[in-house]
Design a protein around this ligand. Structure first.
Ligand code: AMP
Ligand code: MG
Length: 489
């Protein structure tokens, strides 16, 4: 039997909870408590996120908090709810989706706190409302890894595991991730109300998001078509910056449906994501994405496509189509400028010529060079006469030598030369490779959580050397490319 939530078991966190999303009104959600979870235990906890929320070390060890974040006890001051949204999945209109396995508890210090995997909601459709241990650990570690890399992302406070099982391809134990972000509103929230011609609700939502997160879009106190166009423009900017980061670090999201696109330009809804091992622009990380719609090199175009869907939803507010198109047209130049800046920094240069970057990426792809290791070795070769470790990564040595000559010549023409420090801080030593996650997950299934904790430390400061942790920065083993991750993971 699971413990039931009851008023006698309310947890007092001492945190100041607010519920502004709840105040939007019932058109936006269903009020609902999380479902209880059997035999909860801590799997991983982020001290950094606890700090952001003002949760002390002792409280992060407490059984009260464990039970609350498992969904077994309610938290004083929260007004839990599951929000409704719709969206385009794999390019098709999917209709109503919603928080099918997530519950928003409320806000602390301007941050929404959400439980993911917390049981059935009215939006669960065919699902069971649960998340398995594997996907929960992946989401937890990746959100913190992305933050460590300086990439806009939702965060994760902790993973709570359980011996309760659900059926996937085999029975798997379930878990709940506590996610944290200024807002979990998605493009799909806007699409939902636009598709239903609920223009009042659409406006209420837009005004809420603009007022709270994009106040610089306002013209004084007025909400007019220019304000909504400004808002779209700002979302275009943030999305372009987010995807430029993904492309520069070799991150493949895997399910860029419009319901997984954050209105704040945060990486969100970690599912079948993958950091590239060997550089392969056409890499498809989602096992169920047979057409490769969400292949690595498609991500910028897909983000642009998703922004069109958002713009379409905002047309009743923006009024003039030309204003929306103007905003959308800025996506490509913004993306390219940010991508080139990030890639230049990886080369230790203020701004490298696009051809130098393009030709390098072509070489990396042809030679199937490990993306993360390449950059770190290129960095190590600075100021050293020995370029062999980086050169050895290429079968086409002549091709590499020719490119390296162009790079070196360019650097000598810049007064300060290559900025080794900038390079060091732009090229991570540690990324969450699939196989590293799998090893930590396998151990966690046997209740050994040390791998999760270790990765949390390395990925939190991925540019640092972390002496003694070299094995986490090496080439993936042969079995790594047999790992299959799908949407349902
Ligand atoms: P995703 O592909 O994870 O972005 O999910 C798409 C939609 O399916 C969202 O509405 C999710 O809440 C819902 N969903 C995914 N997995 C489950 C599940 N196990 N139970 C209920 N709903 C789910
Ligand atoms: Mg989702």
């Amino acid at each position: 039997m699971h413990p039931q939530t009851s008023s006698s078991s309310i947890v007092h966190t001492g945190l100041a909870w607010h519920n502004p999303f709840h105040q939007l009104g019932s058109a936006f959600y269903t009020p609902l408590a999380p479902q209880p979870l059997g035999t909860p235990y801590w799997v991983g906890r982020s001290e950094a996120v606890a700090d952001m929320l003002g949760i002390g070390c002792q409280q992060m060890q407490s059984n009260d908090l464990l039970q609350a974040l498992a969904g077994n006890r309610s938290i004083s001051g929260t007004q839990p709810l599951a929000s409704v949204y719709s969206g385009h999945q794999f390019g098709q209109w999917a209709g109503q989706l919603g928080d099918g396995r997530a519950i928003l508890l409320g806000e602390v210090k301007g941050l929404e706190v959400q439980l993911k995997g917390s049981g059935l909601t009215p939006y669960s459709r065919m699902g069971d409302g649960r998340a398995v241990l594997r996907s929960s650990i992946r989401e937890f570690l990746c959100s913190e890894a992305m933050h460590g890399l300086g990439i806009p992302t939702t965060r994760a406070l902790c993973v709570v595991g359980s011996d309760d099982t659900v059926w996937r391809e085999t029975p798997e134990t379930t878990a709940v991730v506590t996610r944290v972000a200024p807002s979990f509103v998605r493009f799909g929230h806007f699409e939902h109300f636009a598709a239903r011609n609920q223009s009042e609700a659409l406006k209420t939502l837009a005004d809420y998001v603009i007022g709270r997160y994009y106040p610089d879009c306002l013209n004084g106190d007025m909400f007019n078509s220019q304000v909504y166009a400004n808002f779209l423009q700002r979302v275009v900017e943030r999305t372009a910056i987010m995807v430029a980061h993904w492309q520069s670090v070799g991150f493949c999201h895997g399910v860029m449906n419009t319901d997984n696109m954050s209105i704040l330009g945060l990486t969100m809804d970690y599912g079948p994501f993958q950091f590239l091992d060997a550089y392969d622009p056409g890499h498809i990380c989602n096992h169920t994405d047979r057409q490769g719609r969400y292949a690595f090199d498609q991500q910028p175009d897909i983000a642009h496509w998703n922004l069109y869907a958002l713009a379409q939803a905002l047309i009743p507010l923006i009024g003039e189509q030309s204003l929306a198109l103007q905003a959308l047209d800025t996506f490509k130049p913004l993306f390219t400028a940010k991508f080139e800046q990030l890639m230049s920094h990886k080369l230790g240069l203020p701004d490298a010529p696009a051809a130098l970057i393009d030709d390098l990426l072509t070489l990396l792809a042809k030679n199937r060079v490990d993306y993360t290791i390449f950059w770190r070795r290129l960095n190590a070769a600075q100021g050293s006469a020995n370029t062999e470790p980086v050169r050895d990564l290429f079968l086409d040595r002549d091709g590499f030598d020719a490119w390296m000559l162009r790079y070196s010549e360019l650097a000598t023409h810049i007064s300060q030369g290559v900025d080794a420090n900038l390079m060091h801080n732009s090229n991570p030593k540690f990324v969450l490779r699939n196989y590293l996650g799998e090893e930590a997950i396998t151990a966690a299934r046997n209740k050994d959580f040390s791998g999760v904790s270790k990765l949390l430390v390395l990925l939190g400061t991925p540019f640092d050397e972390h002496p003694g942790s070299e094995t986490y920065a090496g080439f993936p083993p042969d079995w790594a490319n047999q790992i299959e991750i799908s949407c349902s993971s």
